[in-house]
Design a protein around this ligand. Structure first.
Ligand code: IPM
Ligand code: MN
Length: 354
């Protein structure tokens, strides 16, 4: 008997559940076509539940999620909940406890999608960012001293472990090899200022690189990386970087690939349970209007299937997204697509099984 995948679904806040519904619609279509089975287990984590129960996510849920094959997430963030609570209580909590140490964010401009970069097209904008996802400035190691007084001291340590850095860098080399394009891996760091933590990153990058002679290596400071992403994005094939820098450069990446309507990412534990999400937020002002673009969530589903090893289903979804962009959508922006959220999901689901 073939395996039945257990997919945990967290629609989350705002437009999260609407876009997730479209991703699931597409999943349903490709699963029939490609002949695999799955079951979904829905969780209602998000702002509404937090306000009702005072708890972002119960401990028991984490143990349940460990039993899933993968997690599909919509968006977290509620206008009535203080910023930080849901991010820490749900998103970061899952990344950390499930040890999803890679944040994989493709930056790919599809045909017919507008980029703010003049003279750049799909040939120039096609690279992947491998962001470390469990360390660095995100560990929450710090504190206040004399808080609220003129003598206040605040610290926030950037923690990098050899193990954490090395497994991320190793993943990036393997990924670059598997991607098999330019076979070039760029380390994005700030070795001229972060002379301890990024010294570790740099040493590790070249040491591990000795085992990957087929991969070309390159280095760019994070500020220069931002400049090149705008000026010469074609220079990049795969970029590996720390948690904070990865957070920042992937928002820039999302903009040059056409915006939050299309940008997807995966929080990956290659040995455990991973989680896939559109990287935009919960867009509360569009909630329930049926105008939000579901393509980022659908692309997150594509990445989810890729990680499960359902490569045919994944590539069908990508082709269907491209066809939808080429033949249907007027714009990627909410309310300007020319179709509703659910109609866009219908197109992709239909094109994916042709
Ligand atoms: C992201 C988000 C998160 C991050 C926030 C919501 C904590 O910006 O996934 O990039 O900083 O990682
Ligand atoms: Mn971010």
């Amino acid at each position: 008997m073939s395996k039945t995948y257990k997919i945990a679904v967290i629609g989350g806040d705002g437009t999260g559940p609407e876009v997730v519904a479209e991703g699931l619609k597409v999943l349903n279509a490709v699963s029939r076509k490609c002949g695999f089975k799955y079951e979904t287990i829905k969780y209602d984590f998000g702002g509404e539940r937090y306000m009702r129960t005072g708890e972002a996510m119960p401990e028991s849920a984490i143990n349940e999620l460990r039993q899933a094959d993968t997690i599909y997430l919509g968006a977290i963030g509620h206008p009535d909940v203080k910023p930080g609570i849901l991010e820490h209580g749900i998103l970061l909590k899952l990344r950390f406890t499930l040890d999803q140490y890679i944040n994989l964010r493709p930056v790919k401009l599809y045909p017919n999608v507008e980029t703010p970069l003049r003279d750049k097209g799909p040939n120039e904008i096609d690279f992947v960012v491998v962001r470390e996802n469990t360390e660095g400035l995100y560990v929450g190691n710090g504190g206040f001293f004399k808080k609220g007084t003129p003598d206040e001291v605040a610290t926030q340590l950037m923690i990098n472990t050899r193990k954490g850095v090395e497994r991320c860098i190793r993943y990036a080399y393997e990924y670059t090899r598997k991607r098999n394009q330019e076979k070039k891996l760029t380390l994005c760091a700030k070795t001229n200022v972060l002379t301890y933590s990024h010294d570790l990153w740099q040493r590790c990058f070249y040491e591990v690189g000795d085992e990957y002679k087929d991969i070309k290596t390159d280095y760019a400071h994070v500020d220069a990386t931002c400049m090149w992403m705008v000026k010469n994005p074609e220079w990049f094939d795969v970029i590996v970087t720390c948690n904070m820098f990865g957070d920042i450069i992937t928002d820039l990446g999302a903009m040059i690939q056409g915006g939050m309507g299309i940008a997807a990412g995966g929080n990956i534990n290659p040995e455990g349970v991973s989680m896939f999400e559109p990287i935009g937020g919960s867009a509360p002002k569009y909630t329930g209007k049926g105008v939000i673009n579901p393509l980022a969530a659908i692309s997150a589903m594509q990445m989810l299937l890729e990680e499960l090893g359902e490569t045919e289903a994944a590539s069908r979804i990508e082709k269907a997204v491209v066809k939808t962009l080429q033949t249907k959508l007027k714009s990627l922006s909410a309310g300007k697509m020319g179709y509703s959220t659910s109609e866009v999901g219908d197109f992709v689901a239909q094109f994916a099984v042709e």
